[in-house]
Ligand binder design. Structure first.
Ligand code: UD1
Length: 417
């Protein structure tokens, strides 16, 4: 099994391009099922999570071919309504296929999804929203069987919490429904607007995506289109954490700074200087980082839960005590144990984590616990004295395309072994 070997304390410099957003590609891949014919997706990162979703499309009868960052999907052969356990278990994002398969075929038989163990991650909001749209749902022994033989019907749906996945599920399922659907307390993440932009290019009528209330007017049919995936704001936040932890200056290209509001504020609070110019962002870190008084993860536009772990790794070498509160997932501090092996001093109590900044971290053998926890270990290793060996790389590969090559190009001493 591959590992990353990092020799820390090298300054980073230069420019790095940010990959397309994983969390946009996954729902968009399932939404391609709604559209007849060919869809071309540009800026599509080559990640194991993306490959797992592509394999679900292939199982369902679609054709999918990758050439560099471009994925071409043809749904003409789509002829199944079941997804086996072995494919569903690979990612959490696989649950998003439920609404698409159901809306298109009138039936969907899927088993419960897998994914990183960062909390219970129930799907109750997904299921109750689909029921409101008219689906009959039976759950038996880890299998969900949904039926809507006469199609789904528009409804008024309000989410108890602005869940990203449940919002995407409703948008996708309601596109081909009879009549209009209004969704209130919808998630406002940029990836939701990207999904709606894709579907609208296929002929859907979705209004207000990216805001708390979304209107979806059902249409009879959709056709494939060409769409470019937005940049990955979490990959951007990871590079920014690496620059901050190593006291470096780097330029990120291919970013949308407007998507990084809360992230930029956090790095400015640490004393970093941020300059943006169109799709470029320059971060200049001070020699000594200031601690973060209070980072609270929140739904967008709040600070993203996915950026909490990499930012925490930088806070481990800040000049003082930082406090993190995780409000989205209940089990998202597992990386703290591994950071402690590198000399970090962190105390966790429930959803709150107190990080006592240290002058230095030290290289160690550590193991990834989940996708963003793995990114935190990379950030910590880059600023640690000596060599760090990071195991269980499969987590990192779910969400970062060749992270080690991008960091090497910036001057880091990092290689896959
Ligand atoms: C998505 C992202 C993930 C990110 C998260 C929050 C993808 C593929 N993944 O995950 O990277 O960390 O948004 O920004 O886009 N919940 C329920 N019932 C439900 C659905 C969710 O209780 O039916 C809870 C979850 O357990 C969690 C909270 O709601 O505590 C937020 O989850 P949600 O926004 O749905 O996250 P995901 O869509 O799974």
């Amino acid at each position: 099994m591959s590992k990353l070997l990092v020799t820390g304390r090298k300054k980073l410099s230069g420019e790095v391009s940010v990959q397309g957003a994983k969390n946009s590609v996954l729902p968009i891949l399932s939404a391609t099922l709604l559209a007849r014919g060919e869809t071309v997706l540009y800026n599509c990162p080559d990640l194991s999570d993306v490959e797992d979703s592509v394999n679900i499309l292939r199982y369902l009868g679609c054709k999918a071919e990758r050439s560099g960052q471009t994925l071409v999907i043809n749904t003409d052969g789509f002829n199944r309504c079941d997804v086996p356990d072995s494919l569903m278990r690979k990612t959490r994002g696989s649950i998003i296929f439920l609404g698409a398969v159901l809306a298109k075929t009138g039936r969907a038989k899927l088993s419960l999804p897998g994914g990183c163990e960062i909390g219970l991650r129930p799907i109750d909001m997904h299921l109750s929203a689909l029921k409101k749209l008219g689906a009959e749902i039976r759950e038996r022994r880890g299998c969900i069987d949904c039926r809507a033989p006469y199609g789904l019907s528009g409804a008024k749906i309000s989410l108890d919490f602005p869940s990203v996945g449940a919002t995407e599920q409703v948008i996708i399922a309601a596109c081909l429904a009879h009549g209009a659907t209004t969704l209130t307390n919808a998630a406002r993440e940029p990836e939701i607007a990207d999904l709606a932009d894709f579907l609208n290019s296929c002929g859907a009528r979705i209004y207000g995506a990216g805001e708390g209330e979304i209107l979806i007017e059902g249409t009879g049919s959709l056709s494939g289109c060409a769409h470019s995936i937005i940049p990955d704001r979490i990959a951007a936040a990871t590079f920014m954490s690496a620059a901050a932890a190593t006291g470096s200056e780097i330029v990120l290209t291919d970013v949308i700074p407007a998507h990084l509001g809360a992230v930029i504020s956090a790095f400015e609070d640490m004393g970093c200087k941020i300059k943006t110019d169109g799709t470029k962002l320059k971060i200049t870190a001070p020699a000594s980082l200031k601690p973060l008084k209070a980072v609270s993860t929140m739904p967008y536009p709040g600070f993203p839960t996915d950026a909490q772990a990499p930012l925490m790794a930088a806070a481990c070498v800040a000049d003082g005590t930082s406090v993190f509160t995780e409000n989205i997932f209940e089990n998202r501090f597992r990386h703290t144990r591994e950071l402690a092996r590198m000399g970090a001093e962190i105390k966790t109590c429930g959803r709150v984590c107190v990080v006592y900044g240290r002058d230095k971290l030290y290289g160690a053998k550590v193991d990834s616990t989940d996708l963003r926890g793995a990114a935190a270990l990379v950030v910590a290793a880059l600023c640690a004295e000596g060599k760090t060996r990071i195991g269980s790389l499969r987590y990192l590969e779910r969400g970062y395309e060749n992270l080690e090559l991008s960091l090497s190009s910036l001057g880091a001493d990092i290689k896959k072994i």
